[in-house]
Design a binder for this molecule. Sequence first.
Ligand SMILES: Cc1cc2nc3c(=O)[nH]c(=O)nc-3n(C[C@H](O)[C@H](O)[C@H](O)COP(=O)(O)OP(=O)(O)OC[C@H]3O[C@@H](n4cnc5c(N)ncnc54)[C@H](O)[C@@H]3O)c2cc1C
Length: 295
Amino acid sequence: MKPAKFEYKDPHSVEETLDLLKQYGWDAKILAGGQSLVPMLNFRLASPEILVDINRLQDLDYVEEKDGKLAIGALTRQTTLEFSETVKSRCGLLADATELIGHPQTRNRGTVGGSIVHADPTAELTAIARALDAEMVIRSKDGERTDSAEDFFVSVMTTNLEPEEMLVEVRFPIAPPGSGWAFEEFVLRHGDFAVVGVTAAVTLNSDEVCTDARLAAIGVDETAFRDPALEEIIKGEKITDSVLKELGSQLSEKVEPFDDLHASAAQRKHLVGVLAQRALQKAANMAVENLRGEN
Ligand SMILES: Cc1cc2nc3c(=O)[nH]c(=O)nc-3n(C[C@H](O)[C@H](O)[C@H](O)COP(=O)(O)OP(=O)(O)OC[C@H]3O[C@@H](n4cnc5c(N)ncnc54)[C@H](O)[C@@H]3O)c2cc1C
């Protein structure tokens, strides 16, 4: 199918983009990498009157350390996360997990901001944002606001962005010493969206006791699922099989997934528990290795 007729705008600056969003509101839609929006236009799942192409806004394509955080411009391509030395050294989970997002061709075009705003319930970046408490920097003609990932993601493909707002930056915390991470997922074919996925990040002290744990799952709820009470199970503990088993079974109990063509709710419940244990074990192994390397 072909998209419905739309007017095309390609602003040269963020200010010009914000003017257009203010002027056209709900009738406008931002085009970033187009990897989700273009299929939606073609299937007429979206039919904006105005398409605002932000690909000229090269000042939104950056990775930099800012105020002790890793700041990533919204137009940064997903490929950059995979290969940037700054991302690898500052937030290795992002670098390692990016290869799970689609294919090299989609990552070359797809942007960090586009994936976050599209808010697919199985998007890897939404899980990482939730697990690491990423901050969203949002602009409109009225100014700038910063939002937590927890508040930003509302439900399936829905965020709290207003029509006149755009996401300009996402800030991730820098991985502390003694930390490790992993992203484990179950996919039907390489490059597909995950059926279920779990990301984990842990920090261990010199006695290999867990001082911080982060866990978020995709494919089991309307947005990435995180429950800090589960993370408390392993904080203050050595990461042993029995602790992981307890956490995995509590996570399986807590989630309320859905049936679809790819998996039943029961399969998703089972998978999330198994993948959580696997991700946490891998994260803990990496943290131990990192601790030994640091000493
Ligand atoms: C074959 C294939 C496989 C894929 N597999 C995966 C996968 O495994 N995991 C995964 O997570 N994704 C996957 N994707 C989706 C891909 O990651 C997309 O790149 C991403 O979802 C959207 O990013 P984009 O830059 O292409 O955004 P676009 O498609 O251009 O836009 C997506 C939405 O975000 C809005 N938007 C974009 N940027 C901004 C901004 N700065 N401010 C406000 N609104 C904005 C747009 O208006 C639109 O509503 C796959 C895509 C394809 C085609």
